[in-house]
Write a protein that binds this ligand. Sequence first.
Ligand code: ASP
Length: 334
Amino acid sequence: MRKSDSVLIIYTGGTIGMYKTNEGSLRPFDLDTLSMQIPELNTFDIDINTKTITQPIDSSNMCKEVWIQLVEIIEKEYNNYNGFVILHGSDTMAYTASALSFMLENLNKPIILTGAQLPIGVLRTDAKENIITSIEIASKGNIPEVCVYFEYRLMRGNRCTKANAEHFEAFKSPNFIYLAEAGLEIKYSPIKYDRTNKNLKVHTNLSDDVLILKLFPSMKKEFITKVLDMPYQGIILETFGAGNASTAKWFLRAIQTAIDNGKLILNVSQCLSGSVSQGLYETSSKLGELGVISGKDMTTEAALTKMMYLLGTDYSLKETKQQLLISLRGELSN
Ligand code: ASP
């Protein structure tokens, strides 16, 4: 008999999908054996189905083609499930979560990405709890956004970042509250969603005409001018503190030339939390005067994928700038 709640699990690879063979090596598991690995799943009163992308990968090999595959699966299966759980390597999970948030417009159902620091077949694995709670939250259908669930916390996907390579608590959401915390009960934050009855709109035209430039003390003029001169239209500039950068004449001239050549430069901070505030210091007011766009409190992952999404639309340069400044999917605080 069909159960009332249903979740589709989409497997992309990563540590979560590995199990230890009798010989002791790690192998990606076959999704059909998921309930063998996690027998607790059989006690759920939820219909759970699974799908795998064409070629499961370590998420360090993540690319826009896989993001497109994911949104196409979601689009095709959208009406058949209450929610979706994506099993994903943790390394680039925040990039994928951010990208999907922009690619899926008018989303009305939860898309929860989860992973693990220890493979599923390992005794102390965090995979089981992460998968089980993600499925439970996804089945309720009440969080209409792309999220990351890790170590008892549900986070807005385009607000989180991987902050620890060895603790189970691998992700942080430095500028936005947790959407939910799982303890004895799952406690949801009181977020008011503007539920839409518009149809899901899937955007698959992402531009990879983008780069990230991280500033550092003692950077060389030749390097910076060369990078800014390369034929990329969207540049994410990772600056210091509240959006500050060198005031060296050559640096500002290189920024000016890039902007005059039609490039979009988006300023995000190297700091984990807080916001870019162009004009707070003299070292950032010049950037604003030259036309550098403030990325406010966006993560680098959100800034990059937002740029990829916007440059793939048919917005004019002016419209793209306006869109970068406002929150499209809750990725920045206004
Ligand atoms: N390298 C792995 C990946 O991102 C790490 C993990 O899954 O946590 O696919």
